[in-house]
Design a protein around this ligand. Structure first.
Ligand SMILES: Cc1cc2nc3c(=O)[nH]c(=O)nc-3n(C[C@H](O)[C@H](O)[C@H](O)COP(=O)(O)OP(=O)(O)OC[C@H]3O[C@@H](n4cnc5c(N)ncnc54)[C@H](O)[C@@H]3O)c2cc1C
Length: 370
């Protein structure tokens, strides 16, 4: 029998960040994770803290993403100081490169919509035409029409981030149980029991943050998390001299290697790489930066995103079983700081605030008008 203040199911980036936030808030946390056989986006992602494309039509999502990007600066320093593991956060702004006038026009419409919807919250962006961009990045190819830029965008190295979160939970006296696949939850209001691997975990708070596992686990506590997998492929290249500032689809890691990515594929639970998306990623990268034609690929991989029906996060506390929460999103790197420093304190308080109400699952159950 292992008694805790909170059980968090899922040791990926969402569960890790919330678990850390609960632990730093004084709770004795048990973080239960299925382990190597699970689908784990946290170990296969691109590592962007990305704001500029978030929330057109849903201003709450833009606010939440931008808040997280702002919190990231202190969050990264805090994790580094607590654990000695550096998530290598940088926030120098990011570009979305557009390969035609039409693409640039559509992109401009989107960021302008975000700006208008943000009103007094003041979303600032810049549009760089081809000549302006060429001065900034001489390596762009002839097809590049321009780019959008916001200063809110940044990046981390997601693997040290995950390690830092786990280490910080331990540092605050929490427990991390790998190889702990949860298959059932016994629930009473503010009283949750999870039996796994011969140990019974008990706690008055429960956070379900198991990525794709949320779909099966949320109903045990009267919650709904209808997430599905969306595959992404990534290409890693050999090291090259610094040539490209941070963009949404190409990033240069501090040691010089490039990551090329940003594919979205409906492939069910198949998390193997696929030639077509890899070819499309490579082709787009070479059109943007022709010198990449001569750069060697050293590795490719694929991983499954955790996607809700409308692409927005799902945050909710159970009505039937108060004390049980669900948290899931498709940008767990970007939102890690908000999950740790904002969501977790709400869980401790036992109440989610009005500004997160937009992300409750009730939005999936609105009756269609006849
Ligand atoms: C290719 C790709 C690129 C991405 N790029 C970015 C990016 O640039 N920026 C960004 O913000 N986000 C990005 N993401 C998304 C980001 O990786 C995810 O949002 C984040 O990892 C989701 O975290 P999670 O904890 O919800 O899920 P996961 O990381 O999938 O973790 C879920 C965890 O739950 C555990 N689990 C599952 N079922 C159970 C169970 N029954 N019992 C116990 N444990 C269980 C698993 O072991 C796993 O560790 C990308 C994702 C992909 C696939």
């Amino acid at each position: 029998m292992s008694t805790h203040d909170a059980i968090v199911i899922g040791g990926g980036l969402v569960g890790g960040a919330i678990g850390y936030g609960l632990a730093r808030g004084g709770l004795k946390v048990a973080l239960l994770d299925e382990g190597d056989t699970a689908f784990r986006a946290a170990r296969g992602n691109f590592g962007l803290v990305w704001v500029q494309s978030k929330g057109a039509g849903v201003p709450e999502y833009q606010c939440w993403s931008r808040l997280s990007s702002e919190l990231w600066v202190d969050f990264a320093a805090e994790l580094r100081d607590a654990t000695g593991v550096d998530p290598m956060h940088e926030r120098r702004g990011g570009l979305r490169i557009c390969l035609s006038e039409q693409e640039l026009e559509e992109r401009c419409k989107m960021v302008e919509q975000i700006r208008l919807e943000q009103g007094a919250a003041n979303f600032e962006y810049q549009v760089l035409g081809r000549e302006e961009l060429k001065q900034l990045i001489p390596a762009i190819g002839p097809e590049v029409a321009g780019a959008t830029y916001t200063r809110y965008d940044g990046a981390v190295n997601p693997l040290p981030l995950l390690r830092a979160l786990h280490a910080a939970i331990l540092r605050y006296g929490g427990k991390y149980a790998p190889h702990a696949r949860v298959t059932a939850i016994a629930a009473e209001p503010n009283e949750f029991t999870v039996e796994v691997g011969g140990t019974v975990y008990l706690a008055p708070r429960l956070v379900i943050a198991a990525g794709l596992g949320n779909k099966e686990l949320a109903p045990f506590v009267g919650l709904d998390a209808p997430v599905r997998p969306v595959r992404g492929n990534i290409i890693a290249t050999e090291r090259v001299a610094p040539a490209i500032p941070l963009t949404q689809t190409i990033r240069q890691m501090p040691e010089g290697g490039l990551l090329l990515g940003d594919s979205y594929e409906e492939a069910g639970y198949d998390d193997f790489t696929a030639l077509r998306p890899l070819r499309d990623i490579a082709s787009r990268a070479v059109r943007a930066f022709p010198f990449l034609r001569d750069v060697n690929v050293v590795r490719t991989w694929a991983a499954l995103r955790v996607m809700s029906p409308d692409g927005l996060p799902i945050y909710e506390q159970s009505r039937d079983f108060p004390g049980a929460f669900v948290a899931t999103c498709h940008s767990g790197v970007t939102l890690a700081a908000a999950h740790a420093l904002r969501y977790a304190p709400h869980v401790i308080e036992g109440k989610l605030p009005a500004e997160l109400a937009r992300f409750a699952s009730a939005r999936f159950h609105v009756q269609k008008a006849a």
